[in-house]
Ligand binder design. Structure first.
Ligand SMILES: Cc1cc2nc3c(=O)[nH]c(=O)nc-3n(C[C@H](O)[C@H](O)[C@H](O)COP(=O)(O)OP(=O)(O)OC[C@H]3O[C@@H](n4cnc5c(N)ncnc54)[C@H](O)[C@@H]3O)c2cc1C
Length: 305
């Protein structure tokens, strides 16, 4: 297997990239040593010094930064709260921090039980907005007061209440995404007729959908047979979401891809009824006894963990 090569950039190239970023975006462009040191680590044990850091003011700024990096063929990495534990948000790249400015809940629809959010919104900010309508966003990692929806989507985060209403993948309805090569469009569940129309329309979106359809058709049986049906399956790409029985949902297929396929610009997420009681404690002297009782608890209260 070929070893991945470390990206090398000359000082001249980085100076050009920094200058172009400063012209192209309203937000902060931080190529100083202090900023690079700050963004060289996350909650993992890994350390990678970024090429530089940008803190975009809004989604258009984020796109503008991505465009500059593409022009110079420089790697680009989006970052939320930086609470990843496997080195997902450190790399030799221009790191774009969405948590400082691109962090709003855009709207909550209490009737349709959905919300539109920007990628840098903190999980608890969304949960507080939903709570005003007796609703909640079910996935709540232990880092819920810090982690962002962009990071949760990329990591397919779960949490105690994901037992009640699913992991992030089950709670994402649609995503607006940008690809490194410059395409920008919404993805979500797609009927057969819509899929054919998108492919027919062509362009980069049509090409991507055609390739995803080919991938699905080729491996559908393997995916059906091979994907374990367990509640906390968070590793690996969610190729099962492309199966016809799952509605060819490109948004959900992107959940868990750790930012490797596209940048999330906006998300439409599902909200669920917020339980009135959240905490119950039971003491078991023996671990096996606890395991045996768990299914009975789940029948009484489906959100028990
Ligand atoms: C103490 C501790 C407890 C934790 N508990 C849990 C838990 O209970 N359950 C759980 O699931 N996880 C848990 N985690 C892991 C982590 O907190 C979650 O995965 C969290 O949701 C990550 O969010 P973040 O905003 O910090 O993402 P980041 O770490 O900033 O980024 C995560 C990934 O998302 C990508 N990304 C960020 N924004 C975008 C975007 N706009 N577009 C595309 N990609 C993007 C990044 O490139 C990176 O690959 C825990 C971590 C810690 C340190």
């Amino acid at each position: 297997m070929k070893q991945a090569e470390r990206f090398q950039a000359s000082v001249e190239l980085l100076q050009k990239v920094e200058a172009e970023l400063s012209k192209a975006i309203q937000g902060e462009v931080r190529f100083d040593s202090g900023s690079k040191a700050l963004y060289a680590s996350d909650a993992s044990n890994y350390r990678q010094i970024p090429l530089g850091v940008v803190v975009p003011k809004d989604v258009d700024d984020l796109i503008a930064a991505l465009n500059v990096c593409r022009r110079f063929d420089v790697p680009f990495l989006t970052r939320g709260g930086g609470t990843s534990q496997n080195g997902q948000c450190v790399n030799v790249a221009v790191v774009a921090d969405t948590s400082k400015y691109i962090n709003r809940v855009l709207s909550v629809d209490p009737v349709g039980k959905t919300a539109f959010v920007e990628p840098g919104v903190v999980c608890d900010v969304l949960r507080d907005a939903a709570e005003e309508h007796g609703l909640t966003f079910a996935p709540d990692p232990a880092t819920h007061s810090r982690c962002t929806l962009g990071g949760m989507i990329a990591n397919n985060s779960c949490g105690a209440h994901s037992v009640m209403a699913g992991k992030t993948v089950e709670n994402v309805e649609a995503l607006e995404i940008a690809t490194y090569d410059g395409a920008r469009f919404w993805v979500g569940a797609t009927t057969d007729a819509e899929l054919e129309a998108i492919i027919e329309e062509g362009g980069r979106r049509g090409e991507i959908y055609q390739q995803l359809k080919d991938l699905r058709d080729r491996y559908a049986e393997h995916i059906r047979r091979g994907f374990p049906q367990i509640k906390r399956r968070v590793s690996g790409f969610n190729l099962d979401q492309l199966l016809p029985e799952n509605g060819f949902n490109v948004a959900r297929a992107l959940v868990g891809t750790e930012g490797t396929c596209a940048v999330t610009l906006q998300a439409k997420v599902r909200l669920v009824h917020s339980p009135s009681f959240r905490v119950a404690c039971a003491w078991f002297s023996r671990y096996l006894r606890r395991c045996r009782c768990r299914p009975a608890f789940q029948q009484v209260r489906p959100h028990c963990n």
